[in-house]
Design a protein around this ligand. Structure first.
Ligand code: ITT
Length: 197
């Protein structure tokens, strides 16, 4: 199976290489246009990205692919009414690094707040022939009190999955890939594709 990954996030690309080992994954070209994500829901944005990328690849693609995969994901903090959620990539745009964004996000929680949090991932799969569909996955956890660890990317240093006392930033990638939102969405994708890839 040969797929185009409609994502400019290198952290996601690295994870998909590990989570979809049988798939020949093409990265979104650096000179391709930015993909739209103007929706109110993860599924809406994932579909927008997959369908826009498929249309662009039909016109400009350099090699045939079986389909396009897009990922819309984020961190949903109960004490922030589910935020930053679908806006996770756009949280604190004034801050240059995820370390600073993570500190800002933690500082928004009042002392004693419920720290329950989940990571959500919706994948949209747009086959070159046929209709696009979405699958999803989530992982429950809590927010750490300070960022810890430098594995992974983005919000990983502040998320402690239930059943562990280390953050995704501290846990080895092999552990994250047994229980993450993206791993669960990939399992659903494999099932939907009938056992492939
Ligand atoms: P593309 O749309 O090009 O794929 P993006 O980074 O804009 O890239 P999203 O709109 O889906 O992607 O935003 C997801 C945000 O949530 C982004 O800030 C990520 O860093 C963060 N995120 C998603 N999955 C994560 C994970 O497994 N670990 C840490 N942070 C994650």
């Amino acid at each position: 199976l040969k797929l185009l990954l409609a994502s400019s996030n290198p952290g996601k690309l690295a994870e998909f290489h590990q989570l979809l080992p049988g798939v020949d994954l093409l990265p979104w070209p650096a000179d391709a246009p930015p993909l739209p994500e103007t929706g109110a829901f993860f599924s809406d944005n994932a579909l927008q990205k997959a369908e826009a990328a498929r249309a662009w690849w039909r016109a400009h693609g350099t090699t045939p692919v079986d389909g396009v995969l897009a990922d819309d994901s984020g961190l949903c903090v109960d004490a922030l009414w589910g935020g930053p959620g679908v806006l996770s990539a756009r949280f604190a745009p004034d801050l240059p690094s995820y370390h600073e964004k993570n500190l800002r996000l933690l500082a928004m929680l009042p002392a004693g707040a419920d720290r329950s949090t989940r990571f959500v991932c919706v994948l949209a799969f747009a086959p070159m022939k046929g209709d696009a569909f979405t699958v999803g996955g989530a992982v429950e956890g809590t927010l750490a009190f300070t960022p810890r660890g430098d594995h992974g990317f983005g919000y990983d240093p502040i998320f402690i999955p239930d059943g562990y006392d280390r953050t995704f930033g501290e846990l080895p990638a092999e552990v994250k890939h047994t229980l993450s939102h993206r791993a669960r969405a990939c399992a659903a994708l494999r099932q939907r594709l009938g056992g492939r890839p």
